[in-house]
Design a protein around this ligand. Structure first.
Ligand SMILES: C[S@@+](CC[C@H](N)C(=O)[O-])C[C@H]1O[C@@H](n2cnc3c(N)ncnc32)[C@H](O)[C@@H]1O
Length: 240
């Protein structure tokens, strides 16, 4: 990346982030000819290759040791946006090994210090093994990152049902079929002016058809724009 990074963090955190992004990209290149994993595409390929097994189970097994981290520039944009909004309550749908979560936590630490408001990053991961590894990376970052994160392990459609604050920002970095059910779970807690960010809405548009139709239906109260990051990054502002 040629432009300077906006991220304010100690050098060991920046180095860790750089290494984790690289590992994630290397892994994705081995799984997908496109160089990026789109859940609907990979599940479709598995359906073709192994018609006798359940493609969703196969997909979950394949993803158990994979980062599929949000791209570095999208993480940096999200960090900037949180700072611009003064956002302190964030929900991350899909945490994996916790790369994007580190950016969210760094940003929330700053906005809390600047505004004096309380807040937290609610991180969600279905796979306990992945959640354990994420916690190890957060420990390497140190308490500034660790103390901002409320990690909820299990199916997010259950773990996000209760105990949500007024949410400023929801990051949908989850398998596409889960995106709309996740949004509907968090929707009652979104504050007016909250932002929903959804990854890969250009390349993954087919998998996100139901989510995009919901976001773009005027009666649901979202103002939408597809940001021109690689594969698309949807920014939806909630104005009910
Ligand atoms: C694209 S990855 C998230 C990457 C992460 N945001 C990052 O940048 O490092 C999506 C993650 O969502 C998790 N996931 C899938 N279904 C889930 C569910 N029902 N509840 C919670 N997590 C789930 C997967 O195990 C996977 O690790």
């Amino acid at each position: 990346m040629s432009t300077p990074s906006p991220i304010g963090a100690p050098q060991h955190v920046l180095d860790l982030l750089h290494n984790l992004h690289q590992k994630s990209l290397d892994q994705e290149a081995t799984i997908s000819k496109k160089g990026k994993v789109f859940s609907a595409d990979v599940i479709g390929d598995l359906e073709d290759q192994r018609p006798k097994s359940d493609p969703k189970d196969e997909f979950d097994r394949l993803m158990l040791d994979k980062f599929i981290a949000l791209d570095e520039d999208k993480c940096q944009f999200t960090y900037q946006l949180i700072n611009a909004m003064g956002a302190t309550n964030i929900v991350e749908a899909g945490t994996s090994f916790g790369v994007s979560t580190i950016y969210l936590a760094l940003a929330v630490a700053k906005t809390k210090a600047a505004t004096g408001k309380p807040g937290t990053v609610i991180a969600t991961e279905k796979e306990k093994e992945k959640a354990d590894v994420a916690q190890q990376y957060w420990a390497q970052c140190g308490p500034t990152v660790q103390q901002e994160i409320d990690l909820r392990v299990g199916d997010l459609l259950e773990t996000l049902k209760d105990g949500l604050p007024r949410v400023d920002l929801l990051l949908l970095d989850i398998w596409s079929a889960l995106a709309l059910p996740t949004l509907k779970t968090v929707l009652p807690s979104l504050r007016p002016g909250a932002v929903v960010l959804t990854d890969n809405t250009i390349s993954g548009a087919k998998g996100y058809a139901d989510l995009l139709a919901f976001l773009r239906a005027p009666e649901n109260g979202f103002q939408n724009m597809t940001l021109p990051f690689t594969n698309g990054f949807e920014m939806s502002v909630y104005r009910p």
